[in-house]
Design a protein around this ligand. Structure first.
Ligand code: MG
Length: 255
């Protein structure tokens, strides 16, 4: 396995700035989410916020991705491409994923929103996915296995009757958007690498209403649930310190 890079204090300070900008971009999108708004408009709001902060949209051009955010509606799991033709409707859920690179350091975060009034089952999926992210973060401990996170996420999601997407995972993050280790959202608590202080991870449960299986659409990007039931996604960038975990993407204004 590739080495997990432990960040130095200076790197961690820079990662905090990148994380702050990424979460400001997400909150700028959040302000605009409403029925009648296109995902293209949401993309523009994120991009402007990131550029104004002196950073660059980390997803724009990444492996050829054509936009600054991923916007994934209803059965779309991740990697939905913003478009003028994709207009939010009352009752939709929409996952927004946005990354920023600031002076060579990356921040990455995501959140899934209810558009107008959603069905109780959709609201329950959003609540559970968000909770599973925080259960996972609470279980992360320095000098303990990564599996503690994975197991906690899976346990919360499945205990509420939902399923965990297996084929996509979180990741280490730093000077690259994706670094080792892979951060699965399922597994046994004793599995995975031991995480040392200075490790920075993008943790991102993707939780489905129905089956865990997914498919890719012919646009080459959009991932959908195999049964076309709903999917939700929440993500934070976090740093493990010697005395605990700090969240670097403060999109949760309740925190
Ligand atoms: Mg990510």
């Amino acid at each position: 396995m590739d080495m997990i890079k432990r960040k130095k204090p200076r790197d961690i300070r820079m990662m905090k700035q990148a994380g702050r900008i990424a979460s400001e971009a997400l909150l700028a999108v959040e302000d605009k989410i409403a029925p009648g708004v296109s995902t293209h408009e949401l993309d523009a709001a994120a991009r402007e916020t990131i550029l104004k902060a002196g950073a660059y949209p980390a997803f724009l051009g990444y492996e050829g991705f054509p936009a600054s955010i991923c916007a994934s509606i209803n059965e779309e799991v991740v990697h939905g491409i913003p478009s003028k033709e994709r207009v939010l409707k009352d009752g939709n859920i929409v996952g927004i994923d946005v990354g920023a690179v600031y002076k060579g350091y990356h921040g990455d975060n995501a959140k899934t929103y209810a558009v107008g009034n959603v069905k109780p089952q959709a609201a329950r999926l959003l609540k559970t996915t968000r909770e599973s992210l925080y259960c996972g973060i609470d279980a992360l401990k320095p000098n303990a296995p990564l599996g503690a996170y994975s197991h906690a996420v899976q346990t919360r999601a499945e205990s509420r009757g939902f399923s965990v997407v297996r084929v996509y995972a979180g990741h280490g993050i730093g000077k690259k958007l994706h670094e080792p280790p892979t951060v699965p959202n399922y597994g046994r608590p004793q599995d995975g690498p031991i995480l040392r202080p200075g490790t920075i991870l993008a943790v991102e449960p993707m939780i489905n209403e129905g089956v865990p299986d997914v498919e890719s659409l012919s646009d080459g990007w959009t991932v959908v649930t195999a049964d076309r039931k709903l999917s939700a996604h929440f993500e934070h960038t976090v740093v493990l310190l010697s005395d605990g975990v700090e969240i670097l993407t403060n999109w949760d204004q309740a925190l």
